[in-house]
Design a protein around this ligand. Structure first.
Ligand code: SF4
Length: 311
């Protein structure tokens, strides 16, 4: 069982993706209300070697020797990966061992203004930064930045780095009704997009319940209205979650383990992580499918959101 690698997971955007987790749960510069990983416990912009380089690379060496190649190596997981000060070294390590496999970095983009972070990300092939807000007020309400994180600096860094980075950029915009879907915010988001060099913009909405229980996902019709109004090139609404099941690496054994555990007693995401030794991001993908198939339901209780079998 690896501690810093997860998967390969069936990712709707990256095919079969081996996740590399560079920070413990949960170190992040944001505390987004919709976060699937849980509440940020270390809310910071301070870069450190949160997970040691030698520990990650020794797991990678073991993986390379024993497992088939994934479609992507993806830096993501329990928080913001660019907060790890050795991310550039790990990217170079992966590229030196597996030069033919692309490296993707899922980032909230808040540190892209930092020239050191920019240098470290240069060897990646694909960057997936988030952009949920075009104004400071919405950023603070939706993404809850760490103290000292300046909104203008973040947006400025995203714009300038997009023009320096040589790889592909897939921006992700998370639409959350009641937070960033006013006409004014959507117009400003469009104006911001026009100043970013991107290959695609992927519009997403709530898959799983976030930190706040009464959030709701945008409907497909709402998302479609937004993309129609923007009328920009290469903007897509990400496919619905149940399509994941069609990906060959969808692991029936993981699905069964989750179902069997929930059948014994209702569990929170945290419970499932501890009991099954799987990462929250991975478990969430199966919960998505199971909920869409109406095999399970989520119920809000005092200790959090519990998953139980649908009777
Ligand atoms: S969604 Fe991403 S950026 Fe936002 S709090 Fe969670 S890990 Fe951090």
């Amino acid at each position: 069982m690896y501690k810093y690698l997860f998967g390969p997971v069936p990712s709707r955007r990256l095919g079969i993706s081996l996740g590399i987790d560079m920070v413990p749960k949960k170190v992040c510069s944001l505390n987004c209300v919709y976060c699937e990983v849980g509440v940020t416990t270390k809310h910071t912009t301070e870069r450190m070697e949160y997970v040691r380089y030698d520990k990650v690379t020794s797991e990678l060496d073991h993986y390379f020797a024993n497992s088939p190649d994934p479609d992507y190596f993806t830096f993501s997981g329990s928080g913001e990966p660019t907060l790890n000060s050795r991310i550039g070294d790990v990217i170079r390590f992966v590229k030196s061992r597996k030069p033919h496999i692309p490296v993707a970095v899922l980032t909230n983009g808040t540190l892209l203004y930092d020239e050191e972070v920019q240098r470290e990300l240069m060897d990646a092939d694909l960057l997936l930064p988030s952009l949920d807000a075009a104004t400071k007020g919405v950023f603070e309400k939706l993404n809850l930045p760490a103290p000292g994180l300046d909104f203008e600096k973040y947006i400025g860094g995203l714009k300038s780095f997009s023009k320096k980075f040589r790889g592909k950029i897939w921006l992700e915009i998370f639409i959350l009704p009641g937070y960033n879907d006013t006409a004014d915010e959507l117009q400003k988001l469009k104006e911001t997009l026009l100043d970013i060099r991107y290959d695609s913009v992927q519009i997403n909405t709530l898959d799983r319940p976030g930190n706040i229980i009464d959030l709701r996902a945008a409907t497909h019709a709402e998302l479609k209205r937004i993309t129609d109004a923007w009328n920009l090139k290469n903007v897509e609404i990400i496919a619905a979650a149940p399509a994941r099941k069609k990906i060959p690496s969808y692991r029936k054994d993981a699905e069964s383990a989750i179902l069997e555990t929930i059948a014994r007693r209702p569990c929170t995401l945290d419970d499932l992580e501890k009991m099954l030794g799987l990462q929250a991001v991975e478990i969430n993908k199966y919960l998505d499918v199971l909920e869409a198939e109406e095999k399970i339901v989520s119920v809000a209780q005092e200790r959090g959101l519990f998953y139980q079998l649908k009777r």
